[in-house]
Design a protein around this ligand. Structure first.
Ligand SMILES: C[S@@+](CC[C@H](N)C(=O)[O-])C[C@H]1O[C@@H](n2cnc3c(N)ncnc32)[C@H](O)[C@@H]1O
Length: 374
């Protein structure tokens, strides 16, 4: 057994012990697919102790590179939409735009996809191609289609997949539109986050088929969801729990913040919903259900931190800040952001603050509803 085979076996043991890898078929795939071959172009690591987050390249000749390819870690492979590790000496402080997802999450989602032999799968977000390779190994390359929005990322994935012997159908395009030519699929899995499940996905998965995707929002709380496509063209399901997060699908990313509105203009009042709740994963998810177009920034103003929620397109905003033992909110613009947050948080609290794993999701006529059972 060579070094990388031993590392794969060790990783499979660890993922099994953690309960992420559950079935022998997926274990065989994890042991067969050489993740390091999908990271030949290197990856980025964070530079410790630097703010804002800064990234430095780690190339295959770096000590420990091979071992790190088999750690249960996400490895960033592209920054700011174009920059790959080989382009950079030094460091960069921009946002990651492509990565090899942590193997534990990939296999957990694969297990949640409940595939059976002979099923056809559409994957959205090819990335490095590692997760695509696992699907090929499990199902056979003829049954796998993967869509990647970035042509350069897709080309690298195609090369890496071919180098290790997989030739699935790879499509360059916006995966939010699915890939109609290959429909119907038995399963659809997304390895980028989405704010809403596209109607195209529901139309391209057969009735009874499953969609597994991470539902995110612009307040950066998110959760994995599994939906069953129904005969009437709707889809229903539930959130699966685990506080899963993914980089958002490119067309669904939030708009730039631009010029801030005058945060001193507005009406101030006390609020019983404090900004401390923004630190709670589930509460934040509930808030973004109430105000899906809102983004957050924390600003030092007037000698304190103001937690600002801003809808850039509408110009609505709320600034929440501590006032002695309580909280104050100041709001402006065409609608009252914090009023909506308070109302939805109140309903969630009255329901006993259910966990996200108890939430349900349904999509009908392109309208997504996420709710907790009453
Ligand atoms: C987390 S990475 C995917 C990781 C990949 N599954 C792997 O194992 O390497 C997310 C990928 O989704 C891609 N992406 C973002 N928006 C997309 C869209 N609308 N359609 C298809 N791919 C998209 C990104 O370019 C990125 O490569």
């Amino acid at each position: 057994m060579n070094d990388d085979q031993a590392l794969r076996r060790k990783m499979a043991d660890a993922l099994e012990a953690a309960g992420k890898l559950q079935s022998p078929a997926w274990r065989r795939a994890v042991e067969a697919v050489p993740r390091h071959e999908f990271l030949r172009g290197g990856f980025f690591e964070t530079v410790p102790g630097v703010s804002p987050t800064s990234w430095a390249p780690v190339m295959p000749d770096a000590p420990g590179w091979l071992e790190r390819c088999y750690a249960d870690e996400s490895l960033v492979t592209q920054i700011a939409g174009t920059i790959v590790p080989g382009d950079l000496e030094g460091r960069i402080s921009r946002a990651p735009t492509s990565s090899s997802t942590m193997p534990g999450l990939v296999v957990r989602m694969d297990e949640d996809l409940l595939v059976e032999d002979g099923m056809r799968v559409l994957e959205i977000g090819t990335g490095t191609g590692y997760s695509t390779a696992l699907l090929c190994e499990r199902l056979g390359e003829d049954l796998v289609t993967s869509v990647e929005v970035d042509a350069d990322v897709a080309m690298r994935a195609r090369n890496a997949l071919a180098a290790v012997g997989y030739h699935p159908e790879l499509v360059v395009g916006d995966g939010l539109a699915g890939h109609k030519d290959g429909a119907p699929y038995d399963r659809l899995i997304a390895t980028c986050g989405i704010t809403t499940i596209p109607q195209a996905w529901i139309e391209q998965v057969r009735p009874g088929g499953l969609i597994v995707a991470t539902v995110c929002g612009w307040l950066y709380s998110s959760e994995l969801a599994r939906l069953t496509v129904q005969r009437d063209g709707t889809a229903t399901g539930r959130l699966l729990g685990g506080q899963i997060s993914f980089m958002l699908a490119r067309p669904q990313s939030p708009p730039p913040l631009g010029m801030l509105p005058d945060l001193d203009a507005g009406e101030e009042r006390p609020t019983t919903v404090g900004a401390d709740l923004l630190g709670d994963w589930t509460a934040r998810f509930v808030m973004q259900l109430a105000t899906p177009r809102v983004q957050r920034l924390d600003l030092p103003r007037n000698g304190r931190t103001e937690h600002v929620l801003l809808d850039v397109d509408a110009g609505a905003w709320a600034a929440v800040y501590a006032d002695g033992a309580g909280w104050l909110v100041r709001q402006g613009g065409p609608y009252r952001v914090w009023d909506l947050v308070e109302e939805r948080i109140g309903l969630w609290q009255v329901a006993g603050q259910p966990d996200l794993s108890e939430f349900r999701i349904s999509v009908a006529d392109g309208q997504q509803t996420v709710f907790w059972p009453s």
